[in-house]
Design a protein around this ligand. Structure first.
Ligand SMILES: *Cc1c(COP(=O)(O)O)cnc(C)c1O
Ligand code: SF4
Length: 348
C-alpha cells in the first residue's frame, strides 16, 4: 500500500514559529524522533526514501526542528536530511569499518579524561547529543557509560590540576552544551583556579543544530571565565547556516569568543568543491574560521558516507585553488596512537 503523507501539526507555519520561540530545553524535547513526523513536515512520502527500520532501531532518528527547518521541503536528497535519515545503506558491511574506529574510547572510561595530545585534554561530560548524525563514531558505542558523574568530575579535575603541561581543556562529548547553565558554569568555575590552564575549548554542534542554546545567560557564563574561551562548532553544509544560527554565532563573537568550524567530508553531503567553498565563505562571513575537514571515522553503518583519500585530496586541491589560504580547512584524519590529527596528504 502506498504511504500517504502524514500531516504533522508542525507543517503549519505558525506552529513552526511557535516551536522555535520555545526555550532550548523545550525544543530539545520536541525534536523529531519519528520518521512519519519528519516526513510529514518535509512533505515527503516514505516511499521516496531508502528508509530502514533496522537502522533506526540500532541508532535512533533524532533531529531538532530548528535543523530540519533548514532542509528543503520535498527534496529526498537534501544534504541535511541525508545526515540524519536512517537508511538501508547502514546495514551494509564495509571492510575496515568497526564499532570503535578511533580506538581510544575505552581509554577514556576511567576518569572521563582523554589525554592523548600534548598540552590538551579532552573532558567527556555527557554522552548525549541533540541530534543523531548517522556518520557519528559514537553510534555504536555505549557512550553514556563514560560520562562524568560528580565523582569522576572531581577525579578529572584533580588529574588536570596535577599535570602542569596541560594548557587547554577541551569540553567534548556527546555535546557539552547539553549541560545546563548551572552545570556548565560550575565546571568552568572549577577549572578557573587551575593556573596552568590557559584556554577552555568547547566542541559543540548545538550552535548549528539547536541555536536557541546560545542564550545571553550562557554567553555571560562563558565570558566571565578568566580563561580564553574557544568554541569549535560542527557545520557540514552552508544550508545549515540559517539566520537563527548566524544570530547565535554573532552573539558568541560579540563576547570575544573565537569560533572555529570542523566539518566531516561526507559523500552526498559536501563532497563537491563548490559546496566546500560555499561553506568556508559563509562561515567566514559569519565570523567563523574553517579549522578542520575530517575524513570519515570508519564506524560500522557509515560506509556509504566515505569519500576516498585520493578523491578527498583532489577536492582539496580545487578548494585551495579557489579560496584564500585562510578559508581552506585542514583535511585531517584521527588515528589511533598518533600524537596529533594526521594531515591527509601524509597518509598517502
Ligand atoms: C581532536 C582531539 C584533540 C584536539 O586536537 P587539536 O588538533 O588541538 O584540535 C585533543 N584530544 C583528542 C583526543 C582529540 O581527538
Ligand atoms: S553532534 Fe557530533 S557527537 Fe553528536 S551525533 Fe553528531 S557528530 Fe556525533
Amino acid at each position: 500500500m502506498r504511504e500517504t503523507l502524514n500531516p504533522h501539526p508542525m507543517t503549519e507555519k505558525h506552529d513552526e514559529t511557535e516551536h522555535l520561540a520555545q526555550n532550548w530545553q523545550q525544543q530539545l524535547s520536541g525534536a523529531f524522533t519519528c520518521i512519519d513526523d519528519l516526513c510529514g513536515y518535509l512533505r515527503l512520502s516514505k516511499d521516496q526514501l531508502p528508509l530502514s527500520t533496522a537502522a533506526s532501531q540500532s541508532f535512533a532518528l533524532r533531529v531538532p526542528l530548528s535543523f530540519a527547518a533548514s532542509m528543503e521541503k520535498g527534496n529526498p536528497q537534501d544534504p541535511l536530511l541525508r545526515q540524519v535519515l536512517p537508511v538501508a545503506d547502514e546495514l551494509h558491511l564495509y571492510p575496515g569499518f568497526s564499532d570503535d574506529p578511533v580506538g581510544d574510547l575505552s581509554a577514556v572510561a576511567e576518569i572521563g579524561v582523554l589525554h592523548k595530545y600534548q598540552g590538551r585534554v579532552l573532558l567527556i561530560n555527557t554522552g548525549s547529543c541533540a541530534i543523531n548524525c548517522r556518520y557519528c563514531f559514537r553510534r555504536n558505542f555505549p557512550y553514556a557509560q563514560i560520562q562524568l558523574g560528580k565523582q569522576k568530575q572531581q577525579a578529572a579535575l584533580d588529574y588536570i590540576a596535577a599535570d602542569h603541561s596541560i594548557t587547554e581543556v577541551i569540553l567534548s562529548g556527546g555535546d557539552p552544551l547539553l549541560l545546563n547553565d548551572a552545570q556548565l558554569g560550575g565546571l568552568i568555575q572549577q577549572i578557573n583556579p587551575i593556573g596552568h590552564v590557559q584556554r577552555i575549548r568547547i566542541h559543540s554542534r548545538l550552535p548549528i543544530v539547536l541555536p536557541a542554546r546560545i542564550t545571553d545567560e550562557l554567553v555571560a557564563i562563558l565570558a566571565s571565565s578568566g580563561k580564553t574561551i574557544i568554541m569549535v562548532v560542527h557545520c557540514n553544509h552552508a544550508n545549515e547556516l540559517s539566520p537563527r544560527v548566524t544570530t547565535a554565532l554573532k552573539l558568541l563573537k560579540s563576547h570575544g569568543i573565537t569560533v572555529f568550524n570542523q566539518a566531516v567530508l561526507l559523500s552526498g553531503v559536501n563532497d563537491d568543491a563548490k559546496i566546500l567553498c560555499q561553506l568556508s565563505e559563509q562561515l567566514f562571513k559569519h565570523g567563523v574560521i574553517p579549522y578542520y575537514l575530517h575524513l570519515l571515522d570508519k564506524v560500522r553503518g557509515a560506509g556509504h558516507f566515505e569519500v576516498g583519500l585520493t578523491e578527498a585530496l583532489r577536492l582539496m586541491q580545487e578548494v585551495q585553488t579557489a579560496l584564500p589560504g585562510y578559508l581552506v580547512p585542514k583535511l585531517v584524519k584521527e588515528q589511533a596512537g598518533a600524537a596529533y590529527k594526521r594531515y591527509a596528504h601524509d597518509l598517502l
